[in-house]
Design a protein. Structure first.
Length: 207
């Protein structure tokens, strides 16, 4: 089911809608989608039931809006580091930023996108497709960075940027899952270091 497309919103209406989605995203991230009720969102957002149902006909539509918001959030936070993926050092800076991020909150709830995928991808096809597109964009940045390294001669011509990008995505998502479970950020550091090692062995001899 797709989200309603109401008439053009006023600035106040758009602010209310964004507040509802933000509250729902925070709750679903911290306690899970299943455990979050519409009433919880109403209370957390400081809105009324009629306001919530003006923008979303049911919880499914609200969840789909949360998925889109979390994809935008994650990719937006990653963007400065992903755009810097032009050298091995750029990938190392990205790795450091991820590790610092999970250290700050002990990885309590995992990746916002990954957590949603684990809970709802098998139950909501629209959400799954949106998450797939989000992960594809993230992985594309990895591949683009590796292709830039190939173009500059830093990465060997026989290296496969797509395979290395898949490995990086698997490492970061696996790292998030382990940190969420163990509350030990070293799991993320180890996972990413091993993925980066697979790139290092493919560097040109001059490197």
């Amino acid at each position: 089911m797709s989200e309603k497309k109401p008439r053009r919103l006023t600035a106040k209406g758009e602010a209310t809608r964004l507040r509802i989605v933000a509250a729902a995203a925070d709750l679903m991230y911290s306690q899970g989608v299943e455990a979050t009720s519409v009433d919880d969102v109403i209370e957390a957002s400081g809105t009324g039931k009629s306001q919530v149902y003006h923008y979303f006909s049911d919880k499914t539509e609200l969840v789909e809006a949360v998925v889109r918001a979390q994809i935008e959030r994650v990719l937006g936070e990653q963007a400065p580091f992903l755009d810097d993926l032009r050298t091995m050092r750029g990938f190392e800076r990205w790795r450091d930023a991820i590790v610092v991020g999970v250290r700050g909150w002990r990885g309590a709830h995992g990746c916002p996108m990954g957590s949603l995928a684990g809970e709802i991808a098998g139950r909501c096809e629209t959400a799954r497709e949106n998450l797939q597109r989000g992960f594809s964009v993230w992985q594309h940045w990895f591949r683009l960075g590796l292709e830039r390294m190939q173009d500059s001669g830093e990465l060997r011509p026989d290296a496969d940027p797509e395979e290395l990008a898949v490995g990086l995505m698997a490492a970061v998502q696996g790292g998030y899952l382990l940190v969420k479970t163990t509350r030990d950020e070293r799991s993320m550091a180890i996972a990413l270091d091993m993925a980066l090692d697979s790139i290092r062995v493919a560097l040109s001899a001059a490197e």
